[in-house]
Design a binder for this molecule. Structure first.
Ligand SMILES: [Mg+2]
Length: 88
């Protein structure tokens, strides 16, 4: 039986345990999300639906983390050492 939302919540918890609270500029979040999305395509191309599902869970969890970051920072840009100044 599917527990997609539970798996996404578990992935969010895992991300927080691994990296702590993340407050990236939007362009950095976009890059992270894009990387995960690309991994979905790779799994499809390799006919690996188990991996595809796992990557989709990661896409959803990153999207939620992105929303949480925007909400936490009240839609204001935040500093990010990996981003070019003004590049958000
Ligand atoms: Mg991934």
């Amino acid at each position: 039986m599917s527990d997609a939302r539970g798996d996404i919540d578990d992935e969010r918890d895992r991300q927080d345990e691994k990296w702590g609270e993340q407050n990236h500029v939007p362009l950095r979040w976009y890059a992270i999300l894009g990387e995960e999305f690309g991994e979905v395509g790779k799994a499809i191309n390799e006919h690996d639906l188990r991996q595809c599902r796992e990557e989709l869970v990661q896409v959803a969890a990153v999207a939620i983390a992105f929303v949480e970051s925007l909400d936490r920072n009240e839609l204001n840009p935040v500093s990010d050492t990996k981003a070019v100044e003004g590049d958000w």
